[in-house]
Design a protein. Structure first.
Length: 122
């Protein structure tokens, strides 16, 4: 598995971790301590901020999971990938987007710039 695929796998493990303890562990595995995350709805830094934004998304979209779509594309320390927010109940995907990340030397994510292509109610 390439470093890009590993980074994407860890990223989605963090976004889909169901308990606070699991989120804290998954965020630490996926992101550097000073990582930043920015999308149209949030701008946070550090593990605590990441755990908080992920927890908020899970509270709002209970029973949903972030799933990668397509093939991750990377070069140097840059990586981009697409995703859907998928319902476990009926498979619908009310939200979708793509993220561009910068990787640290150890393969963890240093920064995320997220873009929303489809959002509920829009």
């Amino acid at each position: 598995m390439s470093r890009y695929e590993i980074a994407v796998q860890r990223y989605f493990a963090a976004w889909n971790a169901r308990t606070h303890t699991d989120r804290v562990k998954a965020v630490a595995a996926a992101f550097t301590e000073d990582a930043t995350y920015t999308d149209p709805l949030a701008e946070v830094a550090g593990h605590e901020g990441l755990v908080a934004v992920i927890s908020g998304a899970q509270q709002r979209f209970q029973g949903f999971e972030f799933t990668p779509t397509g093939t991750p594309d990377g070069h140097h320390d840059l990586l981009r990938f697409t995703w859907d927010l998928t319902s476990g109940a009926d498979g619908s995907a009310p939200a979708a987007g793509f993220d561009v990340v910068t990787l640290a030397e150890d393969g963890r994510i240093r920064s995320v710039a997220g873009f929303l292509d489809r959002v509920p109610g829009a």
